[in-house]
Design a protein around this ligand. Structure first.
Ligand SMILES: [Zn+2]
Ligand SMILES: [Zn+2]
Length: 223
């Protein structure tokens, strides 16, 4: 049996970024997700609950998700966890970085979160799934009503469609989606709503997905 985790969502910075503070209400062990901006606010949020940050979880290493990583790592001495292909970038800011494997469970007090590798926006994107209370932190892979860009040099629309359809759409429909940016009609949503309304899920072929995103289909004649 694992215990439930509390999740606090904070909007920080000028790009409508969301960071999360996740904690075990029993032991006080806690994690920061994507400490980008206003790190002092994130740390105050944790200490107001008597939580101790032991882990920093990264969805990916675009600057708007790790701009405050150096400050957060120095203040907490927490271990940073991210996908292997993003480790090098994270190590420029934090001394203790450990790669995660797809499907790996990270204990957090009496609770746990699972790393779900969801490449596409970047090759090392990870969504963090907490089965109890039923939440997934999606970074730039999934927004409320939309999704992150696939036009970056290391983006891959094929991988993105695969990640959405095969890795995220299969989670319990009651899962609450915590996106990386406040770009939607609500700060969070249910996966069931996204599956029924979000073009990122409804455009389930690479061609239709790319047409919606305005991105050339990789490998096509005119890309
Ligand atoms: Zn990004
Ligand atoms: Zn972003």
């Amino acid at each position: 049996m694992s215990g439930s985790l509390d999740i606090v969502q904070l909007e920080v910075g000028l790009l409508e970024n969301f960071c999360e503070v996740i904690g075990c209400p029993v032991t006080g062990e806690a994690a920061l997700v994507d400490p980008a901006f206003e790190v002092d606010r994130l740390l105050r949020e944790a200490s107001s609950r008597n939580w101790k940050i032991t882990t920093i979880l990264l969805t990916h290493t675009h600057d708007d998700h790790i701009a405050g990583l150096d400050e957060a790592a120095a203040a907490t001495a927490a271990v940073v966890r991210c996908h292997p292909v993003e480790v090098e970038t994270a190590r420029r800011q934090a001394p203790r970085v450990q790669a995660v494997t797809d499907g790996e469970w990270i204990p957090l007090g009496q609770g746990r979160v699972q790393a779900i590798h969801t490449p596409g926006h970047t090759p090392g994107c990870v969504c963090w799934f907490a089965p109890d209370p039923g939440a997934v932190i999606t970074g730039d892979v999934l927004f409320v009503g939309s999704c992150g860009g696939v036009g970056y040099p290391d983006s891959d629309p094929h991988a993105m469609v695969d990640s959405l359809q095969r890795k995220l759409a299969v989670l319990p429909e009651s899962t609450v989606v915590y996106p990386g940016h406040n770009y939607g009609r609500t700060p969070t949503s249910r996966l069931a709503w996204e599956l029924a309304n979000n073009p990122a899920f409804l455009r389930d072929t690479v061609a239709s997905f790319c047409a919606w995103k305005g991105t050339p289909v990789p490998g096509s004649a005119n890309s």
